[in-house]
Design a protein around this ligand. Sequence first.
Ligand code: GSH
Length: 216
Amino acid sequence: MSDLTLVMGNKAYSSWSLRPWLALKQAGLAFAETVIPLRQPDTAARIAEHSPSGRVPSLIHGGLTVWDSLAICEYVAELAPDAGLWPADRAARAVARAVSAEMHSGFVSLRTTMPMNLKSDRKGQGLTETTAADITRIEALWADARTRFGIPAGGPFLFGAFTIADAMFAPVVTRLETYGAPVSPESRAYMDAVLALPAMREWIVAAKAEPWEFEP
Ligand SMILES: N[C@@H](CCC(=O)N[C@@H](CS)C(=O)NCC(=O)O)C(=O)O
């Protein structure tokens, strides 16, 4: 039995939960899941039992609670130092942290008009002017990381092998897929690499099988 528990929203809609869940999976750490379905009458009360911020995800490790998706990813990287969740090269690692932070604090329009929804196909929806600008920036950021670090390192992800930066952008990948946003062939190849991860497939299959339905 693992002493790690990830308290998370349900998989169809909780984009923030996907990030640390994927980092834990890619690190090969065993963990239990406590799933709290979002937008239910008791959601807030149930989250409050596990997270001081009133938000999920939250990672429970013995007596320690770590809330916030990026802080959890950082903690997972420390728990599994051999998993390479940050690039080994200092410059690559700095840029990986910068793009992760940019994702964590930005792209509000994309989040608003293209909320993560793994239960429906919304091709052609959500592409406002401001969301298109967010996507332009994301594609530029992906291209820069791939050109300077990912391609030279020889892997399909932003910095070559999978890192926390890819975990941070995994919900963006599902959004662009769900809403059918037009992207470059290079972005498409990166998205396909993320979607092909066994852990991503596992998450998406589980999300589609969930009983809870609403329109985020
Ligand atoms: N910055 C936080 C944001 C977490 C967040 O907004 N989580 C949403 C679910 S995806 C939440 O808990 N919402 C509360 C609710 O729906 O009641 C993080 O990175 O973990």
